[in-house]
Design a protein around this ligand. Structure first.
Ligand code: RVK
Ligand code: MG
Ligand code: MG
Length: 309
């Protein structure tokens, strides 16, 4: 891949975190559905006064807050931030695992081992990947640090290797989008990801994307890549949505249309697409209704200041 020659723009950072939150908020009303028609998304979006986000964004906010406060990834600080944020807003629709991890941390179990036994072998849910975008922003200049940082961030709640590697894929995709966005080719993302020595399930699913993209058959995409809550059944799907959506809007609506865990797939795809096209590509009719948009934007700007300015 060619080296970074132009300064990356702050609009990509704000686009990334707002894109994550919008994918989450727009997808949330449809979570668990078999399929969703494009018109339904717009109908719900225009009928709601507020586009309210869920645990995906709530946890990504915690990741960003902690990265900013510590000027890097500090596992203990981030774990405390997650617990504090969860206690303030436990109603955000968290999966079963993280609240149990938080209870364990509060009972005195160290943050680095609290998640180990919540599921056999640790959780392989997509909860680590859905919140990881700020890590991709923070380390966009240092791809060699992305794995270590994504693993550390995941370890707090998701210790299964497939959850951790799912987080690596999304963090790396965000870093790629920030650095190469607009000028490069989106399809180069698959090459970029191949440098991360991912487990077989990710290599095989990512390898199927070009063919699936040619056919564009929704049912085949769900069958081959998945649309479930497991990291390996949603992370490659989010990458597919980014690679086949020709705009921010199409990426997010395409992700939601797949149904299943569509708030999370749209959150991950929205973060990558927002980082690629920047905030200016996000429809203002959606942005104006997004809950806490100014705060989310301010976090993205702070990460930009710490890493680029
Ligand atoms: C509600 C067996 C396992 C497993 C293991 C399954 C929010 C469990 C967000 C578990 C996201 C679920 C989602 C999710 C994020 C995981 N053996 N089953 N080793 N590991 N599972 O609980 O943060 O929507 O059924 O850790 O990853 O919008 O409940 O939560 O869609 O995956 O939750 O894993 O969930 P958790 P999470
Ligand atoms: Mg959610
Ligand atoms: Mg979800």
């Amino acid at each position: 891949m060619r080296p970074l020659c132009t300064k990356v723009r702050a609009e990509k950072f704000t686009g990334c975190l707002l894109g994550l939150a919008l994918g989450d908020a727009l997808g949330a009303p449809f979570e668990g559905r078999y399929t969703v028609r494009g018109g339904e998304i717009e109908k719900i979006a225009s009928s709601l006064e507020l586009l309210r986000y869920t645990d995906d964004t709530h946890m990504a906010i915690g990741v960003a807050e902690s990265l900013i406060a510590c000027r890097g990834l500090d596992g203990e600080h981030m774990a405390k931030t997650f617990v504090r944020n969860f206690r303030k807003e436990p109603w955000r629709g968290y999966g079963p695992g993280p609240p149990e991890v938080f209870r364990r941390i509060e009972s005195g179990i160290p943050w680095y081992s609290a998640a180990e036994e919540v599921f056999p072998g640790g959780s392989y849910g997509n909860g680590a990947a859905m919140r990881i975008a700020p890590v991709g922003l923070f380390y966009h200049r240092n791809p060699e640090k992305i794995r270590e940082a994504a693993y550390l961030c995941s370890r707090i709640t998701h210790t299964h290797p497939l959850a951790k590697d799912g987080a690596v894929v999304i963090a790396a995709a965000v870093a790629f989008a920030v650095v190469y966005g607009s000028e490069g080719r989106r399809s180069d993302l698959l090459d970029y990801l191949s440098a991360f020595s991912l487990p077989e399930v990710y290599r095989s699913k990512l390898g199927k994307i070009p063919e699936l993209a040619l056919r564009g058959d929704r049912r085949e995409v769900v069958r081959e890549l998945g649309n479930g809550v497991e990291a390996f059944n949603s992370v490659p799907t989010a990458v597919y949505c980014f690679l086949t959506g020709d705009s921010f809007e199409k990426t997010v609506t395409g992700a939601i249309s797949l149904g299943g865990d569509c708030d999370t797939i749209a959150a991950m795809a929205g973060a990558i697409a927002g980082a690629w096209w920047g905030i200016e590509a996000i429809p203002s009719r959606w942005l104006e209704k997004l809950e806490n948009a100014e705060y989310i934007k301010s976090l993205a700007r702070k990460i930009y200041k710490l890493t680029v300015d």
